[in-house]
Design a binder for this molecule. Sequence first.
Ligand code: NDP
Length: 453
Amino acid sequence: MSEYVKTLMSQVKAKNPSEPEFHQAVQEVAESLALVFEKHPEYRATKILERIIEPERVIMFRVPWMDDHGGIQVNRGFRIEMNSAIGPYKGGLRFHPSVNLGILKFLAFEQVFKDSLTTLPMGGGKGGSDFDPKGKSDNEVMRFCQSFMNELFRHIGPNTDVPAGDIGVGGREIGFLFGQYKKLRNEFSGVFTGKGLNWGGSLIRPEATGYGAVYFAAEMLGTRAETLEGKACLVSGSGNVAQYTVEKINQLGGKAVTLSDSNGYIYDEEGISPKKLQFVMDLKNVRRGRIEEYAEKFKSAIYKPTSLSAPFNPLWNHKADCAFPSATQNEINEKDARNLVKNGVYCVSEGANMPTTLEGEKVFLDAGILYGPGKAANAGGVAVSGLEMSQNSMRLTWSREEVDQRLHQIMKSIHKTCVEMAERFGTPGNYVNGANIGGFLKVADAMMDQGLV
Ligand code: NDP
């Protein structure tokens, strides 16, 4: 670690105590940017990174709501408006009991670079609540979403801040949130992305993050003249990103063999066929059940419970070619990364945000495998959100084929940027540096142009 990064990190830790995920995200980016600052001292002199680290605005608020038994519940709501240098704040809302300020700051920080990489005019933001939608009735979820929006509505808008979904926030929640925003503002506008198809949503938005992560993997494999055809793929999670990752793997001739949730994972040696995936979609999106049921239904699969406090996750300890972590942050630690490399995995495309610890990343980079970090590999979701905003502004709808084609093109362009930036700054093949530098330069130059604001 350079002296510059050491000093910066000690300041970041002192100023933002108890936010380990935020420290981790900043450290990774700062290490990549040290390469840029050697060649371009003007960015250091103008303290661009120090300014990017500090959110433009943090909103924290009380979310009181009533459960089905008449009991009063109180949650905490957040919106981090991180950076608006290249466009309105853009980034999802996460509803999960683990949500806190540090986690949302890490996500908002990552989002700034990711949104810049898409080539679309979007700044970075993130928000959410420690509300747990699991086990809640539809009415409880609706009352919570309405109360959440009763405060958030005054801070967002189609030209200011445009939220979307993330963990725990899917089509149902976006519907309730949008409905309340519309009522309070008395306007129908493109203030959310991920909307329903018949009220302003874009085709391919639900698929976009998963499809994009697989397109990104295909591009990485292409640098070695390979394709996904016949490749065994480990996928974690079983939510939005994981489901459409499996769908695209199947379409490109690969074989997905695992899925998980926070209780455990399934391994299906025969592969998760389109028919089995349909079962998962119904299980997770309609019945809201546990992945364990997959192994009860399909005898070719085994189920193993897992625990976050275990030293490693057995999901990452199977023979395979590719891995698509699509659940949550820090789900691959150093030991998991070693297991992956040992078992022959040589292409990792991150659907989740920061799923690999800094130590795990080092294992991948030292092993010289194709490693696509989340802020590049999972940018397809926000890219199609950007396309949804364009369609809303023009008041028209593009076809499925058109959106998918644009998504594919954007993923190719992100891949190209990563490769070129990694090479230009002396670390060919290092997609972490490529993504961090590529995302940074556009935002940094915009901030320089706009003065000290
Ligand atoms: P969903 O809520 O649809 O699914 C999340 C999945 O991950 C569930 O299977 C969930 O299991 C599992 N999971 C969540 N937390 C944990 C945990 N602590 N341990 C183990 N498993 C866990 O979310 P998404 O699919 O939308 O998001 C998944 C990842 O992708 C997140 O990192 C998100 O930030 C990232 N992402 C999402 C985008 C999007 O467009 N949706 C865009 C870019 C990135 P369980 O049901 O048991 O909680």
